[in-house]
Ligand binder design. Structure first.
Ligand SMILES: Cc1cc2nc3c(=O)[nH]c(=O)nc-3n(C[C@H](O)[C@H](O)[C@H](O)COP(=O)(O)OP(=O)(O)OC[C@H]3O[C@@H](n4cnc5c(N)ncnc54)[C@H](O)[C@@H]3O)c2cc1C
Length: 443
């Protein structure tokens, strides 16, 4: 029988190896589960490696300076030489990775190195963690309220895979949607952004303003539909700029619309590059280094799960008895129109550390599925905060631990109490951030 016709069996299947999925696969395998990680790119890391985004946000609370996402996010940063393994505070992070303009933003030293660190961490788990890069989860069979198996499209055909627990870390809630769980999509969806790098640039103090003027002219003439900033940083060399400026509206959970967005993102990045080269001093000898490789997707489907994290929970710091992760980033909603000079058209408000409950990872309809990362169950405003990288990793780590607990107890993840998951995370140096002094009356 051809290999791909045989059903593969495992304890835990993780769909998507981005921020949440990488952490989920590591957490479950380290607790002794057999895991298959399916990632459609040829590497893990998601937004960091597939889009080239060099930020680990949600790690540091800007007010207290405390690191609020313990466990795998800190471990990854430490494996990249960014901090000690037991880092507790922003001051424990290498100063070269701290941004002067934003005390909460932490830089990832190199998105290429991230690929290698992710490979190393995953392969260190040994044969119990099977990695299937370039595979896409594309179908699910549900029986009696449980996923019975999923189909994975890979080079060798369609693989049926059966697991006790499934973790949807696709960012787009692909698996929850395929399993016919309730999901929602807001109107409008936040725009997508293609990141790109330009080399042999000679930055000078007025360059950013001149780049912005060029973009504004292109927007006025209708050549650019939208853009932001433009912002750039010299992450890799003093003469190489990493640009975030592209704003493409669309629905990335629609394969054809996503393809259109990829094409428009490349068109807009080349338009900017060629105009800057022509009109902005410092770009005379510049060349286009690289883009993407994938366009960055901020928002598509979100689970409508057993609890929907609400912006009032974030602003009011609701205490959940099933809290499993901590967020702290502001509600980072990108507008769909041009915002010259800035990311948003509003002033960010920093909420301080808030809790994310286990129930926001659980669908109502299916009992052996968890949904972690930017597609967990949250309102649009709340997800605009909980979607950031380090927070997504914490949710992934919680999901991986829950799947391991379910395996050892021969239960479904949907039957576990989140408090048990929270306690297991705490015993492993992860889970929610507990400030040194808490107000009276909270548990
Ligand atoms: C342009 C942009 C800029 C951002 N800027 C910041 C920032 O500065 N700081 C910050 O912290 N956050 C930022 N974010 C938000 C943050 O990066 C994401 O929300 C975060 O990556 C969410 O993690 P995730 O694991 O849910 O998704 P991802 O990291 O996107 O991972 C999802 C993974 O699933 C894979 N996948 C998808 N579908 C399938 C499938 N069917 N089968 C198999 N694999 C699949 C994808 O290839 C991907 O690797 C930004 C997002 C974007 C788009």
């Amino acid at each position: 029988m051809p290999q791909h016709k045989q059903s593969l069996k495992t304890d835990v299947l993780v769909a998507g190896g981005g921020c949440a999925g990488l952490a989920a696969a590591l957490a479950a395998a380290r607790k002794g589960c057999d895991v298959i990680l399916v990632e459609r790119a040829p590497f893990a890391g998601g937004i960091v490696t597939a889009v080239g985004l060099p930020y680990l946000d949600g790690l540091v609370d800007p007010d207290s300076g405390a690191i609020v996402t313990r466990g795998i996010p800190v471990e990854i940063l430490s494996r990249m030489g960014g901090c000690a393994p037991d880092a507790q505070r922003a001051t424990d992070i290498s100063p070269r990775l701290r941004e002067e303009h934003s005390p909460a933003a932490v830089l990832i030293p190199s998105t290429e190195q991230f690929k290698r660190v992710a490979d190393a961490m995953l392969t260190e788990c040994g044969p119990r963690l099977r990695i299937l890069y370039t595979g896409t989860v594309c179908d699910a069979t549900v029986r009696e309220g449980r996923i019975a198996r999923v189909s994975v499209a890979a080079k060798t055909g369609l693989y049926p895979i059966e697991a006790r627990s499934y973790i949807d870390a696709t960012g787009d809630a692909d698996l929850a949607w395929l399993a016919e769980c309730a999901v929602e999509k807001s109107t409008p969806l936040m725009p997508m952004t293609l990141h790109f790098r330009i080399g042999n640039v000679h930055p000078h103090p007025s360059m950013k303003a001149q780049m912005q003027t060029v973009c504004e002219q292109a927007a006025r003439s209708g050549e650019l539909k939208a853009f932001y900033g433009p912002h750039f940083e010299c992450h890799y060399a003093p003469d190489e700029i990493d640009v975030h400026a592209i704003r493409i509206n669309g629905d990335a959970s629609d394969a054809f619309d996503l393809s259109r967005a990829e094409i428009e993102g490349r068109r807009d990045s080349w338009l900017m590059f060629e105009r800057w080269k022509k009109d902005v001093p410092g770009f005379e000898d510049a060349y286009f280094v690289t883009s993407g490789p994938f366009i960055g997707v901020r928002e598509t489907r979100r689970l409508q799960g057993r609890y929907r994290l609400h912006e009032d929970d974030i602003l009011g710091h609701t205490v959940f008895d099933d809290a499993v992760a901590t967020g702290t980033w502001y509600m980072d909603v990108h507008p769909n129109s041009a915002t010259p000079g800035d990311f948003q058209d509003y002033k960010p408000y920093w909420p301080g550390p808030y809790q994310i409950p286990y129930r926001s990872l659980l669908p109502i309809e299916v009992n052996n599925l968890l949904v972690a990362g930017r597609c967990h169950s949250a309102t649009r405003q709340a997800a605009a905060s909980s979607r950031v990288t380090a927070t997504a990793m914490s949710m992934g780590q919680a999901a991986g631990h829950a799947a391991a607990l379910a395996q050892s107890r021969r239960q479904d993840v949907g039957d576990l109490h989140g408090e048990t998951v929270g306690n297991a995370l705490a015993e492993n140096g992860a889970g929610i951030y507990i400030p040194e002094r808490r107000p009276a009356g909270t548990r």
